[in-house]
Design a protein around this ligand. Structure first.
Ligand code: HEM
Length: 774
């Protein structure tokens, strides 16, 4: 059965170029991406065409329904009106039950060298082969229209269209999960989704039902540490890691299997925003991540990740102090290094969000020969859930025929019929075995890429139980917390204060403090201080309340395990040795300008930043254009009404007396600078522009070169030029932006005590910061 429409005819009947072919070529199809060529058969565009109904009848009046007289009732006969309204009435499909909010893009994957030693998966053999992929990133909790910047896990789902069929790596940006057994998934999701009585809050875990569940369910504590960290508020989808989470298997052509964990490592580094910023972005631009991905692909800055694997020999399965099948555990990279085996590039936005991103159906069970499952009880449950949910979300059993889901590998089987069947299966036979069709389609032997499940030996009783090796709920939570830099620990503390501060039932907060104390006493004390509570000495109920009806609760309580590692630097975003190389590529820099800006101060700086790969946007008092002292016209990309510092990575105030005089009178300018300062971003000024920084309370300090002190502000990440040396200033500015954030600043502002009870460095600033008001 051929399920794919053939690509369009190259010419019309009259021999002139076929507009459809021209359209596809203009859209970039006909590339060396087999999946895009396959999708080309479904493209439609109305340019130059006449309006028709869905039956192809040309429509003469799309403005008025058919009526009995110009003031009379609409007639039932109006098939054009009825078809239009009926189609509109049926436009919506159910959103995903989780991961409803998402955005997708096309691209390709290329392996660096053959992985034949480990797997027979065909897309991992030949470095010259580009395997088409479709990737969908998502948040988990919010509805389709919710904000991108919610504190949440990000889905990272990759569909590889391989020659052996589709392989879906349906992962997240966090390497562990809340629960160990799929049986608990509906409970977890019901707890975290908006509360059912009032449907609040949207896209947030900061509410009673979530923390009630977590406070009774300590196996979530490792995941909680990750979700309360800055990993849950990425700066960009392009700057986050991805993980397959479960342990899978790689199987080679000789049938030898090894365990594997999959990783995605972003080439732009690992970066987050701060929570205050995330909340403000949610108001200023709820599509922040979606837009960022879209714009970077449109501008040719294709996001890239390396695929990493941690491979474990079968004989080593039990050599860890945790269970490889437990999805609440990582394998620290210090124990099993991540080998980088290939690169994923996203180079094409979708043509139609609904047709591609919304209708994409990922499924962990979509594997190819050479990749297999393990008995991770969460993975096992997922193997059931995705196909089941897609049957209802996409309206029946034929969603594999939707263009974005159909493989580039051919489909031939005896499955038939069902809602919306596209394929026209020819012939009389739809069963196996048969003689009437010569036994076709034949089963494929292993030598013909027939999928053969790994023959794992199982010798067990059928029981509902949890292995005792799954009962260490805290040691990796502690490992994660210990691996964070001080500023990252501060962020976790504040996230927990925020989340638990929104909880309205005091006993839930107290139970959580008790659980946090099992992870780290200092952490629990700091959270308790913020909540104005004490850590309870003991709990009324057992720590873990998730056990069967007739069980002895004692058997289900967390157990302490002495772990090999106390810290793993790869768990920190700031001190992560995997991402030491820093770049300002694709960072968005705001230039605050008004009429009369200095020509060199803007043009030279812009050139330097763009050469380093950054994107420069001018923000001016009004839209339209602004003129330099030298008469140059510049477009204003944003006004202060349409922009805010939270949408940028750094701010620059160029020189030019008239420009600075105008900006000095605008409170929005100081709001911009102050907010950028508070969020630890790099701020630069040149010439008269430094007056704005001075008025904002950023005082001059000792320059790095030890000269007269006029060149550089005392605050890290605040750079001011003088003597017209724009190139020198640009170099400093670029280095400072490449740091991503100047976290010292945050600790300087903070007065609170750290984990050891020592006060964090008091403010060093000589002058109070002042916001100029008109
Ligand atoms: C038993 C546990 C789980 C169940 C039952 C479950 C179920 C679901 C369901 C029903 C969807 C919506 C799918 C659709 O409508 O197309 C979904 C989406 C998703 N799940 Fe899970 N999930 C589980 C655990 C996980 C875990 C552990 C991960 C990460 C490793 C994960 C990653 C994702 C992603 C990335 C999506 C979005 C896919 C997309 O972009 O369309 N899920 N999950």
């Amino acid at each position: 059965m051929a399920t794919r429409k053939k690509t369009a005819k190259p010419t019309n009947n009259n021999g002139s170029p076929d507009p459809e072919t021209e359209l596809r070529t203009a859209a970039g199809y006909g590339s060396n991406n087999q999946k895009l060529d396959d999708l080309a058969g479904n493209l439609e565009e109305s340019a130059g065409e006449l309006l028709t109904t869905n039956q192809g009848i040309r429509v003469n009046d799309n403005q008025n329904s058919l009526k009995a007289g110009d003031r009379g009732p609409t007639l039932m006969e109006d098939f054009i009106f009825r078809e239009k309204i009926t189609h509109f009435d049926h436009e919506r499909i159910p959103e995903r039950v989780v991961h409803a909010r998402g955005t997708g893009a096309h691209g390709y994957f290329q392996v660096y060298e053959s992985m034949a030693e480990y797997t027979m998966a065909d897309f991992l053999q030949d470095p010259s082969v580009r395997t088409p992929v479709f990737v969908r990133f998502s948040t988990v909790v919010g509805s389709r229209g919710s904000t991108d910047l919610a504190r949440d896990v990000r889905g990272f789902a990759v569909k590889f269209y391989t020659q052996q069929g589709n392989f879906d790596l349906v992962g997240n940006n966090i390497p562990v999960f809340f629960i160990q057994d799929a049986m608990k998934f509906p409970d977890l999701v019901h707890a975290v989704k908006p509360e059912p009585h009032n449907e609040m809050p949207q896209a947030a875990s900061a509410h009673d039902t979530f923390w009630d569940f977590i406070s009774l369910f300590p196996e979530s504590m490792h995941m909680i540490m990750w979700v309360m960290s800055d990993r849950a508020i990425p700066r960009s989808l392009r700057m986050m890691e991805g993980f397959g989470v479960h342990t899978f298997r790689l199987v080679n052509a000789r049938g030898k299997a090894r365990f594997v964990k999959f990783h995605w490592k972003p080439l732009l580094g690992l970066h987050a925003v701060v929570w205050d910023e995330a909340q403000k972005i949610s108001g200023k631009d709820p599509d922040f991540h979606r837009r960022d991905l879209w714009e970077s692909i449109e501008s040719g800055n294709y996001p890239e990740w390396e695929l990493g694997v941690q491979i474990v020999e079968e004989k080593d399965e039990h050599s860890f102090d945790f269970d490889l099948l437990d999805p609440t555990k990582i394998i620290p990279e210090e124990i099993v290094p991540v080998q980088r085996i290939g690169r994923l590039t996203l180079n094409r936005n979708v043509d139609n969000f609904f047709a591609e991103t919304e209708q994409a159906a990922f499924h962990v069970a979509n594997v190819v020969p050479g990749i297999d499952f393990t008995n991770d009880p969460l993975l096992q449950g997922r193997l059931f859930s995705y196909l089941d949910t897609q049957l209802i979300r996409l309206g029946g059993p034929n969603f594999h025929e939707i263009p974005i889901n159909r493989p580039v590998a051919p489909i031939h089987n005896n499955q038939r019929d069902g809602y919306m069947r596209q394929t026209i299966n020819r012939g009389q036979v739809s069963y196996d075995p048969n003689n009437l069709r010569g036994g076709c389609p034949f089963q494929a032997g292993m030598d013909m890429s027939g999928f053969t499940s790994y023959a794992e030996r199982i010798d067990a009783q059928k029981i509902r139980e949890r292995s005792p090796s799954f009962f260490d709920h805290f040691s990796q939570a502690t490992l994660f917390y210990n691996s964070q830099t001080e500023v990252e620990k501060d962020h976790i503390v504040r996230a927990l204060r925020f989340e638990l501060g929104k909880v309205e039932t005091p006993p839930i907060r107290e139970r959580m403090l008790y659980l946090l104390a099992q992870v780290d006493k200092g952490l629990a004390n700091r959270v308790a201080d913020g909540l104005g509570l004490q850590i309870p000495a003991k709990l009324e109920k057992p720590m873990n309340m998730s056990f069967p009806a007739d069980a002895d609760p004692k058997q289900f309580q967390p157990k302490k395990v002495k772990t090999e590692f106390t810290a793993s630097p790869t768990l920190s975003m700031v001190a992560n040795p995997n991402f030491e190389k820093r770049t300002i590529k694709t960072r968005k820099i705001a230039f605050l300008v008004a009429d009369g800006f200095d020509d060199d101060s803007v043009l030279e700086m812009k050139k330097s930043l763009m050469t380093a790969g950054a994107r420069v946007c001018t923000v001016a008092p009004h839209l339209g254009t602004v003129m330099s002292v030298g008469g140059q016209i510049a477009n204003a990309d944003f006004s202060f009404l349409t922009a805010a510092s939270v949408l940028f990575d750094a701010v620059y105030v160029p020189g030019g007396e008239a420009s600075v005089n105008t900006l000095k009178d605008l409170p929005e300018v100081f709001e911009f600078i102050n907010e950028a300062y508070k969020h630890c971003k790099t701020i630069a000024a040149d010439g008269q522009g430094s007056e704005i920084l001075r008025l904002a309370g950023l005082s001059a300090g000792t320059p790095s070169d030890g000269s007269n002190g006029e060149d550089q502000m005392s605050d890290t990440g605040v750079v001011v030029g003088s003597n017209g040396d724009i190139k020198g200033l640009a170099t400093e500015f670029i280095q400072a932006i490449a740091m991503h954030r100047h976290w010292d600043r945050e600790r300087m502002i903070s007065q609170e005590a750290n984990d050891n009870g020592k006060p964090i460095r008091p403010p060093q600033r000589s002058q109070p910061r002042e916001v100029k008001r008109t």
